[in-house]
Design a protein around this ligand. Structure first.
Ligand SMILES: [Fe+2]
Length: 431
């Protein structure tokens, strides 16, 4: 790691960082003349009047205010248009991974929306996009007014240059770019591919731990926040904004990443999923999968998630006299699953890194026939589940599909077959 990739740590902390010593004003947020001729600008990620623990804002000290750009114009983007949206459906669905692009494609051009629910204008719900890119963003910068971006790569390394500084992102890590923050994605590998959850609701936060206590699951100390870094460059730049599911474009003559110093609690961060402290039964049965929650966006109803980001990492399976794979299930919540690495213990095949599955509200799901028969007859010795890193995006709102979700190159039309030959083992005469 080079020096520019050192990080601050913590979650929900109040950070401060300056790329130029002395750039942060002392004693006030908005002095008449900030140091070095900078402009002060506040970025509010929550209503001013939210409760203190839900109140997000940062003060940015920048070379030019963010408003210095041409008027926005709506532009076409086939991948994120919702013109061909479909109503949510109960059908269980599964997808192959998306192919790598053949022609030069940057992170924004390579976006495809798969699923969505709620609405950015209502501050609830989310979208699930896939990305695949093979070129840098060059003179293009992006922000989403619709939601924060949880980026989950499954192939390749990249650098996220943001208004708050730079982050690298590798497979096995996640990054979160808060709503409104301008950034650019550049490649550290020939191709990068991954999933994005664009959260329209309350910012993702760590779940409460209840009886687990003060440690466990994702620990605050393992979250990394960039140090301030700025681009001092004039030229022809494009600002792309996602606003109400539409892409907009404006022009600027100065890099929008011109923040020299900042302080606040609203900033991009990353987290290495290998730091997750996994909790599981050491006696019998299963805890509910909420035990694997990394981050949660709470809805207006206490305990009901707008979005939960849940992972199924490597872990020991030791449950006695128990059907060990994830149990058969119907859920008031709606579940999208993806796979970052390896295989997933509920499916013998068909669910691959970059692929996905959808089990909407109250639709049955669970292990396939092969996995079930194997689990029923397995010798229940302690066993380590290795070579696996799956995740789930669980929402209280059912997921609707885009036209892209029906691309025959992706959609597995035979997904249902994996359950249809589960045998009837019932015998009323033999308990
Ligand atoms: Fe489930």
């Amino acid at each position: 790691m080079t020096k520019e990739y050192t990080y601050q740590t913590g979650f929900g902390s109040y950070w401060q960082s300056e790329a130029l010593p002395g750039a942060l004003p002392q004693g006030q947020n908005s002095p008449q003349k900030p140091p070095f001729g900078l402009y002060a600008e506040q970025l509010s990620g929550s209503a001013f009047t939210r409760a203190r623990h839900l109140n997000y804002r940062s003060w940015l000290y920048r070379i030019l205010p963010s408003v210095v750009h041409s008027p926005f114009q709506a532009i076409a983007h086939e991948g994120i248009t919702l013109e061909t949206q479909n109503a949510p459906r109960p059908t269980q669905m599964r997808w192959h991974a998306m192919a790598s692009p053949h022609k030069p494609t940057d992170f924004i051009d390579g976006l495809k929306t798969l699923l969505f629910n709620g609405a950015p204008s209502q501050h609830q719900g989310a979208a699930i996009h896939l990305y695949a890119a093979n070129t840098d963003m060059g003179n293009r910068y992006f922000y989403s007014a619709d939601g924060e971006w949880l980026i989950v790569p499954y192939e390749g390394d990249c650098e996220l240059s943001t208004e708050f500084g730079k982050l690298t992102l590798s497979v096995g890590e996640i990054a979160v770019i808060p709503r409104g923050v301008r950034f650019q994605v550049n490649l550290l590998s020939p191709t990068i591919k991954g999933y994005i959850c664009e959260n329209f609701g309350s910012p993702l936060t760590l779940p409460d731990l209840g009886p687990i206590g003060s440690n466990g699951l994702a620990n605050p100390k393992d979250f990394l926040i960039p140090h301030a870094a700025y681009e001092e460059k004039q030229g022809d730049y494009v600002l792309l904004g996602k606003f109400n599911h539409q892409l907009w474009q404006a022009y600027l003559n100065y890099s929008p990443l011109n923040v020299v110093a900042w302080h606040g609690n609203y900033a991009p961060y990353k987290y290495n999923l290998s730091h997750f402290n996994t909790i599981n039964t050491v006696s019998y049965d299963h805890c509910d999968p909420s035990i694997f929650t990394v981050l949660t966006s709470q809805s207006a109803y206490p305990g009901v998630a707008n979005i939960d980001f849940v992972i199924f990492p490597e872990r020991w399976m030791v449950a006695e006299h128990t059907f060990r794979p994830p149990y058969y299930h119907r859920n008031v919540m709606s579940e999208f699953m993806g796979l970052i690495q390896g295989h997933y213990d509920a499916k013998a095949d068909g669910f691959v890194p970059g692929g996905g599955s959808l089990h909407n509200m109250m639709s049955g799901h669970g292990p396939d026939k092969e996995t079930t028969l194997q689990a029923i007859n397995a010798k229940l010795i302690p066993q380590k589940q290795t070579n696996t890193l799956a995740f789930m995006l669980e929402s209280c709102l059912p997921w609707a599909t885009t036209a892209f979700a029906f691309d025959p190159n992706l959609l597995q039309s035979n997904y249902h077959d994996c359950w249809q030959e589960i045998p009837i083992l019932f015998n009323a005469n033999e308990r």
